[in-house]
Ligand binder design. Structure first.
Ligand SMILES: C[S@@+](CC[C@H](N)C(=O)[O-])C[C@H]1O[C@@H](n2cnc3c(N)ncnc32)[C@H](O)[C@@H]1O
Length: 335
């Protein structure tokens, strides 16, 4: 089975990053929004109308071509030439699993400690957890009052915001709204229900641009609306163990308690704007503290298959400054 390698971190001397649109990380790729033509009258508008139609067609083609096999085959041959510089070592992971785990634990522990008041049921069930995080301090209470974004900024040095994309007709995007992130940093997570191979996703997938495909065929449905939303909430409720929540449902709202859980809104790079983040898969280890699972924005669809919880994080490919939009590459090359 061909396996797409993850994107590499380009070295300063390397040629510009390839744009290898062969297999999309999104199961329903190509659903770029069309634009409706305004009604015009009179001969003077004919040329304008023709121009608008051509632009519309060009946009539709740009969205559709990734599903047009002859175009893919042609580009695969072109990309092979440019891909030779990709170092072997980068074909696995951009950063180690330990580094991902360390970042998640740092962020989640800060979120937990900043909000010990709300964690009362957890602390009542397991008092030793409270001792681990210490008593609430006045400063920490202030942090909680300022919200999870402030806690994330204190813990990781950046803040994120969802707002109108800097790319034309790309809808909402994710921006580094505060601070900065160094190359190789975890800056976001891809939330959603995790479907292993052969688990039923047909109805949830209809017209859904938020389905992310992992290298091994696992799918993550990051849609926060409709059936996808209902399935996620239901699985989350199913897995709750007394006061311990095994996942975060707040990413379905406008104010997630884990501010990293906005990766599903990261847009695809363009020819003018290169990708500055890439996706990296991460399986949650069994040693993950039970009290911090409430910040994980993923849940398995079923327990028929026993395997670690799959998460996907977004890792920076270069230093990112305040105000920059996060852009990934939805497409990867199959070797
Ligand atoms: C996973 S969603 C990303 C969030 C999306 N922008 C939104 O507002 O919901 C993927 C969809 O975003 C849009 N999109 C992503 N990158 C784009 C780009 N470079 N140009 C135009 N549309 C883009 C397409 O509609 C695509 O189907």
């Amino acid at each position: 089975m061909p396996r797409p390698p993850p994107p590499s971190i380009p070295s300063p001397s390397a040629p510009p990053a390839p744009k290898p649109p062969i297999a999309s990380r999104y199961a329903n790729s190509g659903a770029l929004p069309g634009r409706r033509l305004a009604a015009t009258h009179g001969g003077g508008h004919v040329a304008g109308l023709r121009g608008a139609m051509l632009r519309g067609l060009r946009r539709r083609w740009a969205a559709y071509r990734y599903r047009f096999v002859p175009w893919l085959a042609l580009n695969l041959r072109r990309q092979r030439r440019t891909l030779r510089y990709v170092p072997e070592s980068s074909q696995d992971k951009i950063i180690t699993d330990e580094a991902v785990l360390e970042t998640l634990l740092r962020a989640f522990a800060a979120l937990f400690a900043s909000d010990l008041g709300r964690q009362a049921p957890v602390l009542a069930a397991r008092p030793e957890i409270g001792r681990k995080y210490g008593e609430p301090e006045p400063g920490r209470c202030e942090e909680a009052a300022r919200g999870p974004q402030e806690v994330l900024f204190q813990a990781l040095g950046f803040g994120l915001a969802r707002r109108h994309s800097s790319l034309p007709a790309a809808g909402t995007g994710v921006f580094l709204s505060r601070g900065g992130a160094r190359r190789g940093a975890v800056v976001a997570m891809y939330p959603g229900t995790v479907y292993r191979k052969h688990e039923p996703i047909f109805f949830q997938s209809l017209g859904n641009p938020f389905i992310f495909r992992c290298i091994d065929g696992v799918l993550i449905d990051g849609n926060d609306k409709g059936l996808s939303r209902a399935v996620y909430r239901s699985c989350s409720r199913r897995d709750q163990l007394g006061p311990f929540q095994m996942s975060d449902v707040s990413w379905l709202t406008a104010a997630p308690q884990n501010p990293l859980a906005v990766g599903q809104y990261v847009n695809n790079c363009s020819y003018e704007k290169a990708a500055n983040v890439c996706y990296q898969e991460f399986d949650v280890p069994s040693c993950f503290p039970v009290e911090l699972k409430q910040y994980l924005p993923n849940i398995v669809y079923s327990h028929d298959i026993q395997s670690p919880l799959r998460c996907v994080v977004l890792v920076t490919l270069r230093d990112i400054k305040q105000g920059e939009e996060l852009l990934s590459n939805y497409y990867t090359v199959i070797n």
